[in-house]
Design a protein around this ligand. Structure first.
Ligand code: PHE
Ligand code: FE
Length: 287
């Protein structure tokens, strides 16, 4: 996701659009080993948990865990599938830069990788989260269109003062989304598929609420960035996500201006409830 703490231009060594060269040959053997460790951990967990689109994307990109992918090689496959490419950035980039990349089917990915002592948690997205987590879904044409539209919508939301609402949509779909399939609930969110703990927690733990996706409802719900989610929203299909978001958000934002936020763990009478969570986990981990 993006950060808004930058007021001036890109740091030294970045292009004006904040991209850098990935410089693949500079990764050390230890850095490649971190990728392989994380890759093997996640691919052992994800069959039967991640959605088919994700698993198929992972195959199609040939990210077979030999080490940190070379973006140039990966981009040849990705571009042929959906027109997307991955560009390297030093870390989080300003919102408008992020949205502009998405609107042009470029996904900004951190090029650094976490240290071996940070396998389970780190604060800024690294190449494992950004590439393993996000890029497989970008091979799906519907999701790929959604992400492009989201970039365009981001610039508009900024101009309307509704970025906080739109950011919640990103959070509860792109990062932490679940979907309903004939085989049961499946993960498509990048924040989940790139996390060992949350890959199990999101689907199997009795603590979080799991509620049907509703656009306005989601945009009224705050989220937490510091721990597992207290609520996950379940899509009926990726097509539904694209269809719901292709509408003009002008009236949606107007409606949001009149409606209060919904407390993070609340369930409303309109919600379709997949799981009424105990919130036991959140209750035991108060910040
Ligand atoms: N349709 C939205 C608008 O009019 C843009 C958007 C598309 C937002 C896809 C999010 C996802 O602002
Ligand atoms: Fe992310």
């Amino acid at each position: 996701m993006s950060a808004d703490r930058f007021i001036s231009g890109p740091p030294e060594g970045c292009r004006p659009d904040w991209t850098i060269d990935q410089d693949w040959s500079r990764y050390t053997a230890e850095e490649h080993r971190v990728w392989v460790t994380l890759y093997e951990r996640q691919t052992a967990l994800l069959p039967g948990r991640a959605c088919d689109q994700f698993l198929k994307g992972l195959e199609a990109l040939d990210l077979h865990g030999k080490g940190i992918p070379d973006f140039e090689v990966m981009n040849l496959k990705l571009k042929a599938l959906t027109g997307w490419t991955v560009v390297a950035v030093p870390g989080l980039v300003p919102d408008e830069v992020f949205f502009d990349h998405l609107a042009n089917r470029r996904f900004p990915a951190g090029s650094f990788i976490r240290r071996p002592d940070q396998l389970d948690y780190l604060e800024e997205p690294d190449v494992f989260h950004d590439v393993f987590g996000h890029v497989p879904m970008l091979t799906d044409p519907t999701f790929a269109d959604y992400m492009k539209a989201y970039g365009e919508g981001g610039l508009r939301a900024m101009s309307l003062g509704r970025l906080h609402n739109l950011a919640r949509l990103y959070w509860y779909t792109v990062e932490f989304g679940l979907m309903e399939t004939p085989q049961g609930l499946r993960i498509y969110g990048a924040g989940i598929v790139s996390s060992r703990g949350e890959s199990e927690f999101s689907l199997e733990d009795p603590s979080p609420n799991r509620l049907g996706f509703d656009l306005v409802r989601v945009m009224r719900t705050p989220y937490r960035i510091d721990d597992y989610q207290q609520v996950y929203f379940v899509l009926p299909s990726l097509q539904r996500l694209l269809d719901d978001t292709l509408q003009d958000f002008g009236p949606v934002y107007e409606q949001l201006g009149r409606l209060p936020d919904i407390a993070i763990a609340a369930i409303t009478p309109e919600d379709r409830v997949f799981t009424r969570g105990t919130q036991a986990y959140a209750g035991a981990h108060v910040a």
